[in-house]
Ligand binder design. Structure first.
Ligand SMILES: Nc1ncnc2c1ncn2[C@@H]1O[C@H](COP(=O)(O)OP(=O)(O)OP(=O)(O)O)[C@@H](O)[C@H]1O
Ligand SMILES: [Mg+2]
Length: 264
């Protein structure tokens, strides 16, 4: 059975997709067979892997409908190869309707079982705006990464974050990597930096302090990497750059950890 890993948070823009795509990229570089499931209606992970969701016939939409018996045909076509040795079940705009229609159905797990047979790893990039889908992505996974950032809303939302974490399933008894959080360092400059300092005092440590209080040494810092922009515009994971930026090595380490834990 493949090792399923979900990248989640209920807050948008924290670095989930970037982490999911690049961990998948490094898994592939290490000869693992990887399926990336793009749960985002905007298809950002699909785009970062060089495919245009609008040009693809099928997506996670068809696969989820087939998983709950609402569509019989076509789900085999939901998996697309990429230039990076990673296969992808694309995200698509239809997913907005799918998520509303299938709310409460637990469609993800049976859907994955249809397509994941030949893979070592399934990476699930969960959408932030559908809480029930985040929950499904957590339930279906052997392992998950909660991806946090240092934005103002992350800092103000410290209490919300803590109560959300309490609801996460306890995976410690499972054979897998203990629950981890990833913390994306964002570089603030000029007026935004001054605004934050006015609100919270100097330093950017509040969100990180809250997260570290919850996760201790299971919190991994994701350094800011300016090459992420080029990675997204070229549709190429950082793992597949000719010169892999040193800041991307953290994703490689996470991929190595996943390989190690998936064999335990
Ligand atoms: N390691 C990084 N270095 C620099 N910028 C990054 C890094 N990771 C993510 N970003 C940037 O942060 C922003 C949010 O990243 P990303 O799209 O991965 O977040 P997300 O949590 O998937 O968002 P959404 O909730 O919209 O799906 C993007 O502009 C991305 O370029
Ligand atoms: Mg995303």
């Amino acid at each position: 059975m493949p090792h399923r890993t979900s990248f989640v948070h209920t807050k948008g823009g924290t670095g989930k997709t970037t982490a999911a795509v690049n961990v998948a990229g490094f898994l592939s570089r290490k000869d693992q067979h990887v399926l990336l499931v793009d749960g985002d209606p905007e298809g950002h992970a699909t785009r970062n892997l060089g495919l245009e969701p609008e040009r693809l016939e099928d997506s996670l939409h068809e696969l989820l409908l087939s998983g709950v018996g609402k569509k019989d045909n076509g789900w085999r076509d939901c998996v697309y190869p990429t230039a990076y040795g990673i296969d992808v079940v694309p995200g698509s705009r239809d997913l907005h309707d799918t998520y509303i229609e299938l709310s409460g159905e637990n469609a993800l797990q049976p859907s994955l079982e249809r397509v994941e047979g030949r893979y070592d790893h399934v990476i699930i990039d969960a959408p932030s705006s559908y809480r029930h889908v985040v929950t499904e992505a957590l339930k279906a996974a052997h392992d998950y990464f909660l991806v946090l950032d240092s934005s103002i809303f992350s800092q103000q939302g410290g209490q919300t974050l803590k109560s959300f974490l309490k609801k996460l399933p306890n995976r410690h008894e499972v054979r897998v990597n203990p629950t981890k959080a990833l913390y994306l360092e964002k570089v603030d400059k000029g007026p935004l930096k001054r605004l934050k300092e006015g609100l919270f005092g100097p330093g950017e440590g509040e969100a990180e302090r809250i997260a570290r209080g919850v996760f201790g040494d299971r919190l991994t810092k994701l350094p800011y990497c300016s090459e992420v922009v080029r990675s997204q515009s070229e549709g190429r994971p950082l793992s597949h750059f000719e010169n892999v930026p040193k800041e991307a090595r953290v994703y490689e380490q996470l991929a190595e950890d996943l390989i190690e834990y998936s064999w335990r």
